[in-house]
Design a protein around this ligand. Structure first.
Ligand code: DX5
Ligand code: ZN
Length: 218
């Protein structure tokens, strides 16, 4: 299981220190919110542009924005490993994903809690990852929505059939009480904000989520 701590739960006044404190993880999750698609605003590329000078962790950029293509252009220069775009917000999803790949970045699509994986039938072969929201996007520290378990099983059946290399990432309310079930269902990557950043011992919190699985970043 790969672990991607969400810096949304970090202390932005000491962001560098907080990023260093999660260096035993596998990626760094960057939540980008525009105050339109979600009722919150976070960070732009300026805040992130020097992240690579303090960490080698691959960046996992999650765009919660209305104007998807505009934000792809803004964040691509950071050379993230993944850019995840919400299904709802890409008018020409296929084109946006091609654009992400042409920039040397792995494309990923995000489903909100109410959205059906079946909508990905024709786009799944183009994807390197699907991100399932297990909370409503906008805030850290919310409770895991239980119907996500059923949705993971559905998506896993689809990835096995259409694109076995496509990773499944789950974002929101992940902690040591649900990690085992997520792993058994075939989740490859978990995002975790509050559970890691509010822990007394962040390294142990990360370790408790990095339960053995065969996934590695390709
Ligand atoms: C929610 C964000 C998540 C969130 C996860 O909009 O996409 O990445 O920060 O935080 P926790 O783990 O606290 O739910
Ligand atoms: Zn996120």
């Amino acid at each position: 299981m790969l672990v991607s701590p969400s810096i949304l739960s970090a202390n932005f006044l000491k962001l560098g220190e907080d990023i260093l404190s999660v260096s035993s993880s596998d990626m760094l999750h960057i939540d980008v919110m525009d105050g339109h698609f979600v009722p919150n605003m976070t960070i732009g590329p300026l805040v992130c542009e020097n992240i690579h000078t303090i960490t080698n962790l691959p960046l996992d950029v999650h765009l919660m924005v209305e104007n998807t293509d505009f934000f792809i252009d803004l964040f691509a220069p950071l050379k993230p490993k993944f850019i995840s775009v919400h299904l709802t917000n890409a008018t020409h999803l296929h084109r946006s994903l091609q654009k992400i790949r042409s920039l040397g970045i792995s494309p990923s699509v995000v489903l909100n809690p109410h959205e059906d994986p079946s909508a990905l039938e024709y786009i799944l072969p183009e994807l390197d990852m699907v991100l399932l929201m297990s909370v409503n996007p906008g805030f850290g520290g919310q409770s895991f929505i239980e119907s996500t378990f059923k949705k993971i099983a559905h998506l896993k059946e689809m990835t096995t059939r259409l694109n076995p290399k496509c990773l499944i990432e789950v974002d929101g309310g992940v902690n040591d009480t649900n990690i085992k079930a997520l792993s058994e269902l075939g989740v490859d990557v978990v995002v975790s904000g509050n559970y890691i950043f509010k822990a007394k011992d962040r390294k142990s919190a990360i370790k408790s989520l990095q339960i053995p699985a065969e996934t590695s970043l390709r």
